[in-house]
Design a protein around this ligand. Structure first.
Ligand code: SF4
Length: 488
């Protein structure tokens, strides 16, 4: 562990886009809500591996337990037992706003005039400074809750704002007043002592779904988390919608008109393959992307292999469409990732091999098609190509099931700065030379969009196209300020 309490990620050679969080909420009298939430956030672990937390209410008080680490590292039976009650929210975090540190872990907890709030957030706000000014206007220097404890996240600011306004009669009313002032991406699960709430920004950048249990209701970032806790999928929480769930049932209110622009990168890489978004199976979308890729960038080769696991559905699609057999050429060590153990220099030099190991008997002498979902900085692919050549590959043809990532994301995905994105400064031929592949092909924007079956005007594709759903002030963003101009 680093001196500041951070987990180290230097063992993780994957330089993929990092998703920012997963949220889960349950209202279910008579159920063990803490255990359900544990398994819910376990199912969402891929969305964030830096911290995990659960808040639970017994109707009178809310208890929170959270810490740095994976869900399985943070919780055991002794931690879950005191989290008794009939409502819970859970969270897994990858840091986007605010450093990776204990004080920024979620759910955030804070006082309100009507009780206590515990809040879990997936996304990234772009007017945090403006919101912080509103908090200071109300609270002065006397900050309470997570801000008072030193948190620096947009989530802590949002939580404070929901708690510092005294003109409303309930948290539900306060949410209807505050949610329209938040700008950017937010899929929220939050609660007071008696009610579970869920809300999604008007663009619906990040997924959020409602599920039904025999004895209650569940909200979760992905449908896969509903499946895993035995909940039945009911529907997506609409962009611009606030749900309140208590003993009266589910109440829906609209705090803004919906202008849906779901993140296409959820289909490419971020979401689990066994999740469904906007009626489209993520696995089916990735298979289709592989098929399109095979049509757009055919090549003579002996086998198709995937960069596991995220490249596998597209590699299967490429193999089906091209008729070239699919084979497992790389074995993933699934349990290497973020760890509290500092690696030695020798281990650092092993790089990608800590995570992926080639199967020499499959690869040797073969012309390979290697399918991956995206290229961000290019370092992983270069190391992979070198490793496959060392294992005896005769030719290496890299195929990528998303177009080149050329723009930063301001809506919660941590790619890299624009200068670090390999595709923002190089042509495709230069990228091919840089990663030392024999050939390189990216799926077209049209092909990727068509594979989702979602109309283009309902998707955000900004990191590939530069067409942001909201006006973006890149200079402010580069200066570390809110990326959107205040008057946009
Ligand atoms: S910029 Fe890219 S990663 Fe960010 S929300 Fe849009 S499509 Fe998703």
């Amino acid at each position: 562990m680093n001196g500041d309490g951070r987990l180290t990620d230097v063992l993780d050679p994957e330089e993929k886009a990092q998703d920012e969080c997963g949220v889960f909420g349950v209202w279910a009298p008579g159920e063990n809500v803490a255990s359900l939430t544990y398994f819910g956030i376990y199912a969402l672990q891929h969305r964030g591996q830096e911290s995990a937390g659960i808040a639970a209410s017994n109707g009178k008080q809310i208890l929170v337990y959270k810490d740095m680490g994976l869900v399985s590292q943070v919780f055991n039976e002794d931690h879950l037992r005191p989290l008794a009650g009939h409502i819970a929210v859970g969270h897994v975090r990858y840091a986007t706003t605010g450093r990776s540190a204990w004080r920024n872990a979620q759910p955030t907890l804070g006082p309100t005039p009507y009780g206590t709030i515990a809040l879990a957030h997936n996304g990234n706000l772009v007017n945090t400074q403006e919101l912080m000014e509103s908090v200071r206007e109300k609270s002065g220097e006397d900050l309470t809750g997570e801000l008072g404890r030193g948190s620096s996240t947009d989530t802590a600011v949002m939580t404070a704002l929901l708690g510092c306004l005294d003109e409303y009669g309930s948290l539900e009313e306060a949410a209807m007043g505050v949610l329209p002032t938040l700008r950017g991406a937010f899929s929220l699960a939050f609660m007071d002592e008696t009610t579970l709430y869920a809300a999604r920004d008007p663009y619906g950048f990040r997924p959020l779904v409602l599920g039904r249990l025999a004895s209650g209701w569940v909200v979760a970032s992905e449908t896969a988390a509903l499946d895993i806790v035995g909940a039945t999928y009911v529907r997506e929480i609409e962009p611009g919608e606030l749900l309140a769930i208590d003993e009266s049932g589910v109440r829906s209110q609209r705090f803004a008109d919906a202008t849906p622009r779901g993140c296409i990168f959820e289909y490419v890489y971020l979401a689990r393959p066994d999740t469904t978004i906007a009626g489209r199976s993520v696995n089916a979308a990735r298979n289709e992307m592989g098929m399109v890729l095979a049509r757009e960038h055919p090549v003579d080769a002996d086998i198709v292999i995937a960069t596991p696991d995220s490249g596998t559905p597209a590699a299967i699609g490429y193999a089906q469409e091209s008729g070239i057999p699919f084979a497992q050429g790389l074995v993933k060590n699934a349990y290497v990732g973020r760890t509290f153990i500092q690696p030695t220099q020798t281990m650092r030099q092993l790089g990608i091999r800590l995570k992926l190991n080639p199967l020499r008997e499959v690869i040797e002498g073969k012309r390979l098609v290697v399918v991956d979902d995206s290229i961000v900085r290019g370092n992983t692919q270069r190391a992979l190509v070198r490793m496959l050549r060392a294992a005896g590959a005769a030719e290496i043809h890299v195929r990528i099931s998303s177009p080149p990532v050329t723009w930063p994301c301001y809506f919660g995905i941590d790619f890299a700065t624009r200068a670090e994105l390999i595709a923002s400064g190089l042509t495709i031929e230069q990228i091919r030379a840089s990663i030392e592949a024999d050939s390189l092909g990216f799926i077209s924007e049209e092909g990727m969009i068509a594979a989702t079956t979602v109309p283009e005007h309902r998707l955000c594709t900004a990191c590939f196209t530069g067409k942001y759903p909201l006006p973006v002030d890149h200079a402010r963003a580069a200066a570390g300020l809110d990326p959107l101009s205040e008057d946009s």
